[in-house]
Design a binder for this molecule. Structure first.
Ligand code: C2E
Ligand code: CA
Ligand code: CA
Length: 698
C-alpha cells in the first residue's frame, strides 16, 4: 500500500467505460493514483498488484457481481485494511444491507453527484485511515495490557452485566468468548475471605458514586489463586454514568514482596523471627504490657560451647543442632501444659538473635516462679541428647533473664540486662539461669572496663612478672621459681591474677599474654642461670585456653629459642581440668611438648579429677600439692591423709612433688615426714619482683 500521507491509490471497478472515465476525471489530483478494472476477476488481479487504499466497486457487472467481488477482496491478504465503496444504481435498502454484510465500508448511488464525488472519496479515505490507526492502537493496547497483566471491565447500568476485556478473561484463565458476565459469577471468582471487601466497595461505588482502589484474591479457572489490584473510576459521559475498573495482576509482585519481607524478618535456617522482627515484637509487647499494666519477661538463651560443635563436626551438624534447638525452645515455652490451662501463649515469642543466641518473650507470665519453670524447661529440653543424621551431640545452654518493668522499661536496656545476666550465668558454671540485678550490672560494668584496660596493658608495659622461689627440702636452697603474673594498673595499682585472670581467659586475651609470660620467664631464667653458678628451673602457668590453642608447641619452642634457655629448665604447669577435656588430643600435645625436652607439672593437684589413669598415661614429671591440703595438714587428719596419699603416689610413680602455699614450720615438717622434697610458700618467700630475686641469688 502507498504511504497514506502522500499518495492514495484508487481502484475503479466498473464494466461501463463511460463511468470509469468520468470517475477518473473527477479524481484527477496529484495525491491520487487511479487504476481501473472492467470486471470482478480483473479487479482481484489489480488489487493484488497495487494494494489500493480504496476500491470503488460497481454492484452490477457481467460475471462476478460486485458483492461477490467485495467478499473475495475482503478475505484476501490486504483486504481487511482497504476501504471498499459499493457503487450501485439501485438504492433499495436490501442492497445497502447486503453491501455491509459482505464487508463494504460505504456505498454510493448512481447517478453520482460529480461535484461532491471527489470530496466523498477523500472523506472515506481519511475516515478509513483513522479507523485503521485506531485498530492498530487497540491491538497495541491489548498487547501492552496482556504484557502488563492489565485487564479492565465496565459495569453496564442498564443490563446490570459486567463487560470484561479479553485480557481480563485470559488473566482469569477463562476461554469463554462471551465477555458479558453477571455480577454474581464475578463474585464467585473472588476469594471467600475477600468477597465482603469487594462487595462493599462495589456496592458503595454504585450507591454513592465512590471510586475505589482495593486488592483482592481471585480464583482462576484452573484453581490457581491470583491477586488483583482493582482501581475503579466512575465517569459520566453524555449524561450516562459508567463504572470502569482496571485490574492489575500483582501476584508475582506480592510474592516477591512476601519473600523479601520473609528474608528481612525471619531466620531462614530455623524459620524463627530474626533480631529485627524480635525487636519489633518486643517493642509491641512492651506497649501492650504498659497499657494493661502487665509484666514481660525476656529470656536470653545462649548455647554453651557451641563453637566446639561447629569445629569438631562441621557446620552442617551445627546447623542441625540450631534447628532442633529452635523447635525445642518453642515447645518449652508452650505454657498451657505447664502453668494453667487457658492461658494465651500465642503472645510468647521465640526468636534467633544471632549464631547460637535465642530469645524468648513471655508476655502473660506474671509470676517469677512461672518464668523459672519455663527457663528450667528450656534448659532441660536442651540438655537431652541431639540425635542427628550422623552423630549424637550433647549440648547445654545458659539463660539470662530480665523483667519489665522491674529491670528497665525499654527494649535495648532489657536486652542488655538479660545479656549481663546470661554472662553471669556462664561464669557460674553454665547450664543454668540467672536473673538480672543491679549488683550484677555494676559487677559486669566493672568487668567490661577491666577487659578494656587489659587489652592495652600488654602494649603499655603494664604487665610484670613476680617470681616465687621454690626450695629444696634438704638444704633449703633455691632450686627454681614459679612465674606469677601481676598487672600494674594505671589507676588501680598492682593487681594480682584473681582480679583479672578470669577476664583474660573469657576474653581470650590470655593467649597473647600467656605467650608473653612464657618468653619473658624463659629469658629471665636463662639470665639467672648465666649469672649464677647454679641453674634454676622456671615454672610457667598455662591456662586451659592456651592449652587448647593450636600452636602451643611452636610457642614454647620459639620461647626456648629466643631466650636460649635449656629446655630441661622449663616446667609448664597445667591444671587437671585443662588436660581432662579431650584426653586423646591432650596426650598428643603433651608428648609433643615433652619431645622438646621440657618438664610438665600438674598444678593444684587433688582439687580436680585426680584421676590415676591419666597420671599413668600422660608424660608428667611433677605434682604440685594444692595449698588447700597443705593448709590443714597439721590440724585436719583427713587432709593430712590426702596429702600423704598424693605424695606417696608421686613417689611410687617416680614423680617429683612440690608442696604449694607452705606458710609454717609445722607444715614443712609434716610434709617432709610424708616424703615431700620441694616447697613453695610464704614460709620461704613471697613472689618477688626481679630486682629482689637478683639480690636473693647473689
Ligand atoms: P597458682 O598457680 O596456684 O599459683 C600459686 C598462688 O599461690 C600464687 O598466687 C601465689 O602468690 C600464692 N601463694 C604462694 N605461696 C603462698 C602462701 O604461702 N600462702 C598464700 N596464701 N598464697 C601463696 P597468685 O600469684 O595470686 O596467682 C594466682 C593464680 O593465678 C595462680 O595460681 C595461677 O593459677 C594464676 N596465674 C598466675 N600467673 C599466671 C600466668 O602467667 N599464666 C596463667 N595462665 N595463670 C597464672
Ligand atoms: Ca601454678
Ligand atoms: Ca597451684
Amino acid at each position: 500500500m502507498n504511504d497514506i500521507n502522500t499518495l492514495y491509490t484508487v481502484l475503479i471497478v466498473d464494466d461501463d467505460p463511460g463511468i470509469r472515465m468520468l470517475m477518473k476525471h473527477a479524481l484527477q489530483d496529484k495525491e491520487l493514483t487511479v487504476f481501473e478494472a472492467t470486471c470482478g476477476d480483473q479487479a482481484l488481479q489489480v488489487f493484488q498488484k497495487v494494494s489500493p487504499d480504496i476500491v470503488l466497486l460497481d454492484v452490477t457487472m457481467p460475471g462476478m457481481s460486485g458483492f461477490e467481488c467485495c467478499q473475495l477482496l475482503r478475505s484476501s491478504d490486504m483486504g481487511a485494511q482497504c476501504a471498499i465503496v459499493m457503487v450501485t444504481a439501485l438504492d433499495k435498502p436490501e442492497d445497502i444491507e447486503t453491501a455491509f454484510e459482505v464487508g463494504a465500508t460505504d456505498f454510493m448511488t448512481k447517478p453520482l453527484k460529480w461535484p461532491l464525488f471527489k470530496h466523498r472519496v477523500r472523506y472515506i479515505l481519511k475516515a478509513n485511515k483513522t479507523l485503521l490507526e485506531l485498530s492498530r492502537n487497540q491491538s497495541k493496547l491489548s498487547k501492552a495490557q496482556s504484557i502488563a497483566r492489565l485487564g479492565y471491565w465496565e459495569w453496564d447500568y442498564k443490563s446490570g452485566f459486567i463487560e470484561c476485556s479479553a485480557e481480563l478473561l485470559s488473566m482469569l484463565g477463562i476461554k469463554n468468548i462471551n465477555t458479558s458476565v453477571k455480577y454474581r459469577s464475578v463474585l464467585k471468582c473472588i476469594h471467600p475471605e475477600d468477597r465482603r471487601l469487594f462487595n462493599s466497595a462495589f456496592r458503595q461505588a454504585l450507591r454513592e458514586n465512590k471510586s475505589y482502589d482495593i486488592e483482592y484474591r481471585v480464583r482462576r479457572a484452573d484453581d490457581e489463586i491470583i491477586i488483583f489490584h482493582d482501581r475503579t473510576d466512575i465517569i459520566e459521559e453524555y449524561g450516562y454514568k459508567r463504572i470502569i475498573g482496571t485490574l492489575h495482576d500483582i501476584t508475582s509482585q506480592k510474592n516477591t514482596e512476601k519473600e523479601i519481607s520473609y528474608y528481612a524478618y525471619y531466620d531462614t535456617l530455623t524459620k524463627l523471627p530474626n533480631r529485627r522482627l524480635f525487636l519489633d515484637q518486643f517493642e509491641a509487647s512492651l506497649s501492650m504490657a504498659r497499657r494493661r499494666d502487665e509484666k514481660v519477661s525476656l529470656l536470653f538463651i545462649d548455647l554453651d560451647h557451641f563453637k566446639n560443635i561447629n569445629d569438631s563436626y562441621g557446620h552442617h551438624v551445627g546447623d542441625q543442632v540450631l534447628t532442633q534447638t529452635a523447635s525445642r525452645i518453642k515447645n518449652s515455652v508452650r505454657m498451657s501444659d505447664v502453668i494453667s490451662v487457658g492461658i494465651d501463649d500465642s503472645q510468647n515469642k521465640v526468636a534467633r538473635l544471632a549464631g547460637d543466641e535465642f530469645t524468648v518473650l513471655l508476655c502473660e507470665v506474671n509470676a517469677v516462679d512461672n518464668v523459672v519453670t519455663i527457663a528450667q524447661r528450656v534448659l532441660d529440653s536442651l540438655s537431652q541428647p541431639f540425635i542427628l543424621d550422623s552423630h549424637t551431640v550433647y549440648i547445654t545452654a545458659t539463660v539470662g533473664i530480665a523483667l519489665y518493668p522491674d529491670d528497665s522499661d525499654n527494649v535495648q536496656e532489657l536486652l542488655q540486662n538479660a545479656d549481663v545476666a546470661m554472662y553471669h550465668a556462664k561464669e557460674s558454671g553454665r547450664n543454668n539461669y540467672q536473673f538480672f540485678s543491679e549488683e550484677l550490672n555494676v559487677y559486669h560494668k566493672n568487668r567490661l572496663s577491666i577487659e578494656n584496660d587489659l587489652r592495652s596493658a600488654l602494649f603499655n608495659n603494664e604487665l610484670v612478672i613476680y617470681y616465687q622461689p621454690q626450695f629444696n627440702g634438704e638444704d633449703k636452697e633455691i632450686i627454681g621459681f614459679e612465674a606469677l603474673l601481676r598487672w600494674n594498673h594505671p589507676t588501680k595499682g598492682l593487681l594480682s591474677p584473681d582480679k583479672f585472670m578470669s577476664i583474660a581467659e573469657s576474653s581470650g586475651l590470655i593467649v597473647p599474654i600467656g605467650a608473653w609470660v612464657l618468653e619473658e620467664a624463659c629469658k629471665q631464667a636463662h639470665e639467672w642461670s648465666q649469672k649464677s653458678t647454679k641453674s634454676y628451673r622456671m615454672a610457667v602457668n598455662l591456662s586451659a585456653l592456651q592449652f587448647s590453642h593450636k600452636n602451643l608447641s611452636e610457642q614454647v619452642l620459639s620461647a626456648l629459642e629466643v631466650s636460649g634457655l635449656d629446655p630441661s629448665l622449663l616446667e609448664l604447669e597445667i591444671t587437671e581440668s585443662a588436660i581432662i577435656q579431650n584426653v586423646n588430643e591432650t596426650l598428643k600435645l603433651l608428648v609433643s611438648l615433652k619431645s622438646l625436652g621440657i618438664n610438665l607439672a600438674i598444678d593444684d593437684f587433688g582439687t580436680g579429677y585426680s584421676s590415676l589413669s591419666y597420671l599413668k598415661k600422660f608424660p608428667i614429671d611433677t605434682l604440685k600439692v594444692d595449698k588447700s591440703f597443705v593448709d590443714e595438714i597439721v590440724t585436719n587428719k583427713k587432709d593430712a591423709a590426702i596429702a600423704q596419699t598424693i605424695l606417696q603416689l608421686a613417689n611410687n610413680l617416680g614423680l617429683l612433688s612440690v608442696a604449694e602455699g607452705v606458710e609454717t614450720k609445722e607444715q614443712v615438717e609434716g610434709l617432709t615426714n610424708m616424703g615431700c622434697t620441694q616447697f613453695q610458700g610464704f614460709f620461704f618467700s613471697k613472689p618477688l619482683p626481679v630486682e629482689l630475686i637478683d639480690l636473693l641469688i647473689k
